[in-house]
Write a protein that binds this ligand. Sequence first.
Ligand SMILES: C[S@@+](CC[C@H](N)C(=O)[O-])C[C@H]1O[C@@H](n2cnc3c(N)ncnc32)[C@H](O)[C@@H]1O
Length: 156
Amino acid sequence: MGCGSGRIGELALEAGSSHYVGIDFSEPMIELARARLQRFHDRTQLILGDFLACPLEGEFDVVLALGLFDYLPDPRPFTKRIFELTAPRGCLVGSFPAWSPLKGPIRKIRYEVIGDCPIFNYSRRGLEALMRDSGFARIDIRAPGKSGFLLLAHKR
Ligand SMILES: C[S@@+](CC[C@H](N)C(=O)[O-])C[C@H]1O[C@@H](n2cnc3c(N)ncnc32)[C@H](O)[C@@H]1O
């Protein structure tokens, strides 16, 4: 979800994904993804639309949501829909920014003041609650750097 230019999809397809569905509501992004993933066209479906509103047929073994939650004022409907679309033995892989005393103010100025684009941060505890409320059972949260979390959430 929020596949952007398809750079993550490309890695998934190169690694052997049998089928990849990318969804993004930005037409220029979907066009970039189309060009990038052209060589995988027989295993790829790209959808222009809003993840919350667009008809999507699951179930998906893995839902990738990388670089997306930064921009969502209310992530709950997204994580709930992801849960519904995830296969019983499937999982969500997501990235979530955290407030950092060093990078936090710089990001705020860059995105919100200069770019007029609100951004949102997450805490480990808030993330755990978000995932459990959405139905996920096993949640693994890592903090590889200081600027955010990488999450793996299993449906059961
Ligand atoms: C920072 S980009 C990340 C792209 C990609 N996942 C990556 O890591 O390269 C976030 C993308 O999410 C898309 N997006 C945000 N909200 C969305 C929504 N509700 N439905 C579909 N796409 C959305 C934006 O258009 C943008 O392309």
